[in-house]
Ligand binder design. Sequence first.
Ligand code: ADP
Ligand code: ZN
Ligand code: MG
Length: 493
Amino acid sequence: MAASTAAPLPQYEAVIGLEIHAQLQTASKIFCGCSTAFGAPPNSHVCPVCLGFPGALPVLNGAAVDFAICAGLALGCRINESSVFARKNYFYPDLPKGYQISQYELPIAVDGAVEFTMPSDSAQGRHVRVGITRAHMEEDAGKSLHEGFTDSDRKTYVDYNRSGVPLIEIVTEPDLRSAADAAEFFTRLRALLVWLGVNDGNMEEGSLRCDANVSIRLRGNPTLGTKAEVKNLNSFRFLQKAIEYEIERQTDLLEEGGRVVQETRLWDAAAGVTVSMRSKEEAHDYRYFPEPDLPRVHADPARVDRIRVAMPELPPVRRQRFVADYRLPDYDATQLTESRAMSEYFEAAVHAGAPAKAVSNWMMGDLARVLKERRLDIACSPVPAARLAGLLSLIERGTISGAIAKTVFETMVATGRTADDIVKAEGLTQIDDESAIVGLIQGVLDANADAVAAYRGGKTTTFGFLVGQVMKQAAGKANPKRVNELLKRALDS
Ligand code: ADP
Ligand code: ZN
Ligand code: MG
């Protein structure tokens, strides 16, 4: 390969469309009562329906439909009042029926869009709009196990636990123009689905997978170039790297006078390249036809409204409300609405009486650090929102100083006790009393005659040193503002 530039040559433009498979968070499978729990022993969550036994009848799981409608609404889609399941025929060991039940001509959700601003692209941030062509429901296939058995060199095993797990496939318009935009879009989409509770966002377990369709064309050319599809990218980094690689590969091909062939490719993470899996000529004819064993899916307006009303406030709306209601900087509001759990923690702390900006600072500072160290989600924070509020109220009321609050917080993390408790038990209440502080100051002035003389001789930088000495005598508990005032008065008198 010639040049190794991540961006296409300036005369070329990359065109990218994504297809995302997201597992819907139902307890049971889409057409039977088997569990969807991850990690069970192979073939322990199976029955005649999801093993594809002849004559076993599928029954649609209504909860999966509700999740699909919820996702569709959040993606700005129109929900089809009536949608249809079809049989997509192909033969593969992990597909026991010889066909996959999937929505085809009439999917449940169509014509949506996701909009966002690219971070730190420029001071303004570039606006990106990605059309959502469709979102349709389908069942997952089983999983072929090529490794891990003594006879894996000769045999492939199949685990059907995943067969029949409900999925939604989200198909975008070819609106993306760079690997970075595609990765950002996928990040936002994941956050949205997790926020809604539609998907758990776990890419390692395969609950969220992405296929990237990539083509190149001369800038200004209105027609699309021939695309290659890179299958099953299961991390943001792989998605970005695979697209970058494809853009480079296709650009080089065109530059050398060749042409891109339409094909399916796989990302080889170890080698950092995409490799051809099958060309479109070998592609399947899926011979779709309506699934005769399932009635049409009904998403009548009442059902859609019920789901709409029950939906949580969405991230961009919540972000704006945080700015408006709590006077937070946009930066803070953006950080706090990265996840629903985080935004809920914030509001719970504020409702418990803590000042909004202080909650935000602590969440982005000490709390974020502790959660990261302990690899904990904020929902499992060792310091729940109401307790953080308790700590912040003590600072607000002047009971403890900001410096003491930091150590109290560490004790809260370590012991699970309340701030009140710790402050009382350890006598950490701030010394505000004038005579007590003056007494400490006098002691420090007596013990540091040289520094005092230097200060009085014009070397005012020793002031900070003397403040430090007083705070040390007070074990950090003196109100620093009072110490400053009273020390200045004592020195200048
Ligand atoms: P196919 O028939 O191969 O499945 P579709 O038209 O259904 O192709 O599109 C599948 C995905 O590929 C969509 O996300 C779409 O936006 C994207 N796509 C289609 N054509 C192109 C292209 N020329 N370049 C990049 N992406 C494309
Ligand atoms: Zn089953
Ligand atoms: Mg297609």
